[in-house]
Write a protein that binds this ligand. Structure first.
Ligand SMILES: Cc1cc2nc3c(=O)[nH]c(=O)nc-3n(C[C@H](O)[C@H](O)[C@H](O)COP(=O)(O)O)c2cc1C
Length: 378
């Protein structure tokens, strides 16, 4: 083990710790700290800003392992020796500013190993202050996050394929099929029409699935933006009924709206339609033939609008309720599997309602039916 003096810790304050029995002056304690830093799996370097160009005065073995440089090739150099000709990276600028302002920073930047291999360095730099608050060193902790960044990039590419290579052609297939179904493309015989309807149904399901996946991605990335405006929520109920009428008829389910006195709401109309449509489509899917799905709109308080969708489906056992709004969770009875769906619909609905500052929930009685509701405030 190198002599402790080699690491030139300028002040015992570096080991000051208010929450343990460590005493700054005790050399056995200092030795424990030193050993811990030497054994750490993260790269750790200490620099000396009082010397020209803030050189490294200590680097632990993990830093050598990470970068491929031996200690003697590291000590005395500024850490920028890990960079190449992409020094215009935003992260480098941020680091420079943080160091000038003596502020801590955590960032990710491109660095290069001794053998030239690129790695993504998740770097945290903290100023080390003496008892008077003066910055006497900087400590940097390096973490190789290349595997994580690569997999994030692959996921990104996957979403871009879904969006461009799958959704775009599918919407044109769907558009063409719908034109045949509604007669705009000319008359077809009954047998062809039967096949067209199957194709339209399935392309609609596929479109919904793809849109759900892309919506979820946006929600997760915090890139899901609402377009807020005042509108009459009664229209929302009407458009959902129009949209799902055919599906309900196919299943022999009657859609009923109960529109109570209400007021305008300030929200994203398309997204509220999406939530209500999702709840209503689920209710239709789980309803027995010849039953009713009731969509209610009411204003339980002057600033609250409440939508609810009730069905006479099988109901949801209470122990499965908390799974409902979690992504990729479909309840595990074989009956629910048959109904299809991305497993994202309710999770997306919850996220959309919560983005509006609202609440969503369900009450259900097994054997009688369920009522899904959501409230938004204005
Ligand atoms: C303690 C400490 C650790 C650092 N670790 C790294 C590092 O691992 N990789 C890197 O590219 N830069 C690292 N830097 C940043 C560079 O040394 C330098 O501050 C940065 O390139 C911005 O300044 P410049 O424009 O003068 O190069 C570290 C800086 C300090 C103070």
């Amino acid at each position: 083990m190198p002599d402790e003096k080699d690491i030139e810790l300028k002040s015992p304050a570096i080991v000051e710790n208010h929450h343990s029995d460590f005493l700054p002056g005790r050399s056995d304690h200092l030795a424990i700290l030193f050993r811990a830093v030497e054994c750490a799996r993260n790269g750790i370097v200490i620099t000396d800003p009082s010397r020209a160009d803030n050189p490294i005065i200590y680097a632990n073995p993990a830093f050598s392992q990470l970068t491929g440089y031996a200690t003697e090739q590291i000590i005395g150099r500024n850490c920028r020796f890990l960079q190449r000709d992409d020094r215009e990276q935003v992260a480098v600028k941020e680091i420079r500013e943080a160091i000038n302002k003596e502020m801590p920073i955590t960032t990710i930047l491109k660095n290069y190993k001794r053998n030239g291999a690129l790695f993504w360095n998740e770097l945290t730099i903290s100023p080390v202050r003496d008892d008077h608050g003066r910055v006497i060193n900087f400590v940097g902790v390096q973490n190789d996050v290349t595997a994580r960044i690569d997999s994030e990039r692959r996921v990104q590419e996957f979403y871009s394929v879904i969006s461009h290579e799958l959704r775009t052609p599918l919407s044109s297939i769907h558009g063409a099929l719908t034109a045949i179904e509604d007669g705009t493309a000319g008359r077809v015989n009954a047998q062809v029409m039967r096949l067209i309807k199957i194709a339209v149904d399935n392309s609609t399901r596929l479109m919904r699935l793809i849109n759900d996946i892309l919506d979820w991605k946006k929600l997760e990335a915090g890139k899901f933006k609402l377009s807020l405006a005042n509108f009459d929520p009664g229209n929302t109920v009407d458009s959902v009924i129009n949209e799902l009428q055919a599906m309900a008829e196919t299943k022999g389910v009657q859609l009923v709206s109960r529109i109570m006195p209400h007021h305008e709401v300030f929200a994203d109309q398309d997204r509220i339609i999406q939530v209500l449509s999702n709840l209503t489509a689920n209710a239709i899917k789980f309803s027995p033939p010849n039953s009713r799905v009731i969509i209610t709109l009411e204003a339980p308080a002057r600033d609250t609008i409440r939508f609810s969708v009730s069905d006479n489906g099988p109901g949801i056992p209470s122990e499965q309720m908390d799974k409902l709004f979690v992504r990729f969770q479909q309840l595990d009875s074989s009956d629910t599997r048959k109904k299809g769906g991305s497993g994202l619909g309710l999770a997306i609905s919850k996220a959309i309602v919560e983005l509006h500052g609202g609440n969503i929930g369900v009450s259900s009685v097994v054997g009688e039916g369920s009522s899904f509701w959501f409230e938004i405030f204005s």
